[in-house]
Design a binder for this molecule. Structure first.
Ligand SMILES: CCCCCCCCCCCCCC(=O)SCCNC(=O)CCNC(=O)[C@H](O)C(C)(C)COP(=O)(O)OP(=O)(O)OC[C@H]1O[C@@H](n2cnc3c(N)ncnc32)[C@H](O)[C@@H]1OP(=O)(O)O
Length: 218
């Protein structure tokens, strides 16, 4: 995992988000429109040409590889490219987890972009959201980053597109392992649950090493 310093203060974070979050939302709208539009082919062709133009404009100056998780000097992480939560990632629903005592929750609206069987949420999308929530749940509660070692998902009944709520709860810890139970609900009740074995990697750097690594950022 890379640690990179982004030496900015909270005001600058808010300023950047005020620009990129509306852009990300607009692209989410575009994705939904591309899936569901029933306009004729000429309109679709024109749209493609205009989108290609915008893509070329954005690519004039871009990061190599993924967005990563830049950190501020006080170790606030900005994982804005994350597939489940990324504030700059139009693929992310986005999930915005909240953390309480041993419990993490989050709600999302899953529209046409997340469909598997007709009218229903894709199982892989549910696993993605569960993976993120159990990761954040274990990491926040134990206050050390955890990776998913094993995530076992039971799909109990189909999940309808629309609002989906998730809840994860730490059920135990053992050395570097944290056990988390997770549930998914649609508007009619629980549709899937899962058990995760989250692991704090043995070679993961502590706070001082992370600070030293970001201080070396050119
Ligand atoms: C600070 C707050 C931050 C908050 C924000 C954080 C955001 C987080 C965002 C989250 C994002 C979303 C989340 C994501 O997407 S995380 C991304 C998906 N996950 C990965 O990429 C993980 C890839 N695997 C690894 O890196 C290593 O294999 C890990 C770290 C998992 C273990 O490698 P390590 O070398 O450390 O392990 P060890 O051999 O010393 O074994 C140690 C113990 O663990 C047991 N074990 C080992 N492997 C597994 C397994 N697969 N299942 C069950 N158990 C396993 C093993 O038996 C032993 O137990 P015991 O025999 O001692 O009882």
């Amino acid at each position: 995992m890379e640690f990179r310093l982004e030496d900015i203060d909270p005001d600058e974070i808010e300023r950047r988000l005020a620009v990129v979050e509306p852009l990300t939302d607009s692209v989410r709208g575009l994705i939904d429109a591309v899936i569901r539009s029933e306009v004729d082919d000429a309109v679709l062709d024109r749209a493609r040409a205009r989108i290609d133009e915008i893509t070329a404009e954005l690519r004039v100056h871009q990061k190599p590889g993924g967005y990563g998780t830049p950190f501020t000097r006080d170790l606030r992480g900005m994982p804005w490219g994350n597939a489940a939560t990324g504030l700059r990632n139009p693929i992310a629903p986005p999930l915005r987890p909240e953390h309480g005592a041993g419990v993490s929750t989050g709600s999302v609206h899953l529209g046409a972009a997340y469909e598997g069987p007709g009218g229903l949420v894709h199982g892989g999308v549910l696993a993605l959201l569960m993976d993120q929530l159990v990761g954040e749940c274990a990491s926040t509660i134990v206050n050390m980053p955890h990776f998913t070692g094993t995530l076992t998902v039971r799909y109990l009944r189909p999940t309808k597109l629309g609002r989906v709520d998730l809840r994860a709860e730490v059920t135990g810890t053992q050395d570097r392992k944290t056990f988390v139970h997770v549930e998914v609900r649609d508007r009619e009740g629980v549709t899937a649950d899962g058990e995760a074995i989250m692991i704090r990697p043995k070679d993961f750097p502590g706070r001082d090493e992370v600070l030293a690594a970001i201080a070396r950022t050119p």
